[in-house]
Design a protein around this ligand. Structure first.
Ligand code: HEM
Length: 526
């Protein structure tokens, strides 16, 4: 070995080192000329990293806002070596998300396939093309109004538990960590509506789920580093994916927990449970079914795990933000309470659900009457979208509004930037729920439920088009339902001046950096 080293003299070593660095540089910048050649402006990428360093420094939402200001409606950037377009123009977004959806069906997830496991690899969020169409077709019917109506009783139970917690806190006259309380609520809702686990007797299951969820949705710094390395050297992904697999125990927990329940239920008469698992199991069939119009058992477990993860932190984030905003805007809170009393009845003793009856006053239909409530939820989401960026990928080369998009290029949909655009939302920094009331809106798309905002490419917190959030109705329903239940009994009195909202993250849902403390007070019953 030493002989070989001595065989080369210093100039040869220098030449070899320079060649290696040059080759690495060429590899690290190989894709970085795409946008320049196509005449699309954008920030200068660094070798290997592309513009990921700026995204990391500023946070996604802020980086996209600054680039939009500097370069205009279409910005060419690179996530590591991968060309991506940030599109701020709502008409172009409409074309991508709705009109030309056939060419933008896939998310082009930034998470390499080698980092996917049995659970995530097969779930609706990440599957592509025909496989996505098939799964979405099978799963959509389980989120209809009729199906949600069936869940009212269970969700009502979870609401009452939350009201009880807040009433107790109001007696102690202390600020409470509202994010933690609402997180327990959304776990209760998903455990009960998905698996019929009673919110009153699920402490152990809740504990286990709380323990495992973060591992699945929040990659550790180590896993993030492995993601980034695989973005630099995609050919190393299989090895890096294995090194970064930290959620094996969490995954095994989900698979075995849900499998055991599903297995126990095999053969039970239809209509025994009326939860999402039963709704999905109606579509379940053995793995070799040729028509593939139903779910396989493995697919069923994957989707159930996904619903648990996707439906939990999203809704509790919205609830936390809304409670905070209402505590800071007493006038809006008063208007909301007036609507609740007017539409749902002011006599609190009529609330039969508190007496354990199965016909709760709050249910899917009564909640639909709360138009101002819905406007408040949409406005909270506009101000602080849970998911501030999502992606699509062009299947074939195309041109939109004169901008070329090559096959394989990704599109960043900058939810937060669009929702803060003063041309679309005057005084965007203000909490003004009336923006979403019909009378105040021009050029606004009306959703089938009679609300406004949803369905328009101006309002992106749930996505729009065929691949929007499949759980949107459930998300809105549980948020509106618990807010109505809570506000009838307590007032959000105050909250600290500024709480630090988490910065948008590249992967997953951002955690609150510290508990969001809100003071609550019991309302006088009259
Ligand atoms: C307020 C609560 C929620 C918010 C803000 C939210 C937001 C989103 C967003 C922005 C997307 C991406 C949409 C796109 O790419 O166009 C999405 C997708 C998705 N969401 Fe939600 N979500 C919420 C609640 C839920 C709930 C309760 C569930 C299920 C129980 C759920 C399940 C899903 C699934 C499965 C997808 C992937 C859909 C697909 O790829 O076809 N979400 N959500």
């Amino acid at each position: 070995m030493m002989d070989v080293l001595y065989f080369f003299d210093v100039p040869v070593w220098i030449l070899l080192a320079v060649t290696l660095v040059t080759l690495l540089y060429i590899y690290g910048t190989q894709t970085h000329s795409v946008w320049r050649k196509l005449g699309i402006p954008g920030p200068r990428p660094l070798p290997f990293l592309g513009n990921a360093h700026e995204i990391r420094r500023l946070g996604m939402a802020e980086a996209f806002r600054q680039w939009g200001e500097r370069y205009g409606p279409v910005v060419g950037v690179f996530f590591m070596r991968r060309p991506m377009l940030v599109i701020n123009d709502v008409n172009m977004l409409k074309q991508i998300l709705i009109t030309d959806f056939h060419n933008f069906t896939n998310r082009g997830s930034p998470i390499p396939k080698a980092f996917m496991d049995d659970v995530f690899g097969n779930c609706l969020l990440f599957v592509e093309g025909e496989e996505w169409k098939r799964l979405r077709g099978i799963l959509s019917p389980i989120f209809t109004s009729a199906r949600l109506r069936e869940k009212s009783v269970l969700i009502n139970k979870a609401c009452n538990k939350t009201v009880g917690t807040l009433l107790d806190a109001s007696h102690q006259r202390e600020r409470v960590p509202i994010d933690v309380i609402f997180r327990k609520f959304t776990i209760d809702v998903i455990l009960s509506s998905l698996l019929s686990i009673d919110p009153d007797g699920n402490a152990a299951a809740t504990e286990l789920f709380q323990q495992h969820v973060p591992k699945m949705i929040r990659p550790s710094p180590w896993r993030l580093k492995m993601f980034l390395l695989s973005g630099m050297f995609p050919f190393l992904s299989p090895v890096l994916g294995k090194l970064a697999d930290e959620s094996q125990d969490a995954r095994e927990f989900y698979i075995s927990f849900i499998s055991q329940i599903a297995e126990k239920r095999r053969g039970a008469p239809e209509g025994t449970y009326k939860d999402f698992l039963e709704n999905m199991a109606e579509a379940e069939i053995d793995d070799c079914a040729e028509s593939r119009t139903k779910l396989t058992f493995k697919e069923l477990v994957s989707q159930a795990s996904l619903f648990f993860l996707a439906g939990n932190d999203t809704s509790s984030f919205v609830l936390t933000v809304l409670a905070y905003l209402l505590a800071r805007h007493q006038d809006i809170q008063d208007r909301l309470v007036a609507e609740i009393k007017r539409e749902l009845g002011s006599d609190l003793s009529e609330d039969t659900s508190f007496k354990g009856k199965t016909t709760p006053l709050l249910n899917y239909d009564s909640i639909q009457k709360l138009h101002f409530m819905k406007a408040c939820v949409l406005e909270a989401l506009r101000l602080h979208p849970v998911i501030s960026v999502f992606t699509r990928q062009a299947l074939e080369s195309t041109e939109i509004s004169g901008y070329p998009i090559p096959a394989g290029a990704g599109v960043y949909v900058p939810v937060k930037s669009v929702c803060s655009d003063p041309d679309l939302y005057p005084e965007p920094e203000l909490f003004k729920p009336e923006r979403f009331l019909k009378d105040h809106l021009e050029n606004q798309v009306t959703d089938p439920a009679g609300g406004v905002g949803l369905g328009s490419s101006m309002f992106l917190p749930f996505g729009v088009g065929p691949r929007n959030c499949i759980g949107m109705r459930l998300g809105l329903f549980q948020v509106m339902m618990v807010m109505a239940a809570v506000l009838r009994k307590v007032r959000f009195v105050s909250a600290p001046g500024e709480f630090k909202l988490p910065r948008a993250v590249m992967f997953g849902i951002p955690p609150f950096s510290e508990p969001v403390m809100v003071e609550v007070e019991a309302r006088e019953e009259h």
